[in-house]
Design a protein around this ligand. Structure first.
Ligand code: AMP
Ligand code: ZN
Length: 140
């Protein structure tokens, strides 16, 4: 399992830095975010040091993500939230600040203070088909 001695989340996995732990197994760890967007905002992180999601072996990602349904249910139940977002940032352009993969589980309530700008666009004829094909070609 890759690790990075300078990484704050690797230190949390190793127990060298404290966290408010929710669950831990051989593949990952869930704990409360130190700067919650809403009460109960949790993070799910792999035990191994991977900077972005696309670096992760599929088996490690699957073993980590199996926790998401139960985590989402438990966070909602504990907070009385009406819903939750799963958010995962890759790269500084995507607002990734901590360089170790993490999934945010963010409890949501109607009218709460967390807003997305969601600038939905559209494809010109043929553009979407060409793009889907390019993406299919890139799947490995
Ligand atoms: P991101 O912008 O997706 O990289 O988010 C990083 C998240 O990590 C932020 O929500 C921080 O509040 C959170 N975070 C950073 N350090 C800690 C820590 N020591 N314990 C818990 N959460 C942390
Ligand atoms: Zn790390």
């Amino acid at each position: 399992m890759p690790t990075n001695a300078d990484c704050i989340f690797c230190k949390i996995v190793a127990g060298k830095i404290p966290c408010l732990k929710i669950l831990q197994d051989a593949h990952g760890l869930a704990f409360l975010d130190i700067g919650p967007i809403a009460q109960g905002h949790a993070l799910l992180i792999p035990a191994g040091h991977y900077v972005t999601l696309d670096e992760m072996p599929a088996e490690e990602a699957a073993a980590l993500l199996k926790h998401l349904p139960a985590l989402g249910r438990a966070v909602q139940q504990a907070t009385g939230a009406e819903g939750f977002n799963v958010l995962q940032n890759n790269g500084s352009a995507a607002h990734q600040l901590v360089q170790h993969v993490h999934f945010h589980i963010i409890p949501r309530r109607t009218g709460d203070a967390f807003h997305f700008n969601w600038p939905a666009g559209k494809y010109t004829p043929g553009q979407g088909e060409a793009l889907a094909e390019r993406i299919r070609q890139g799947l490995v």
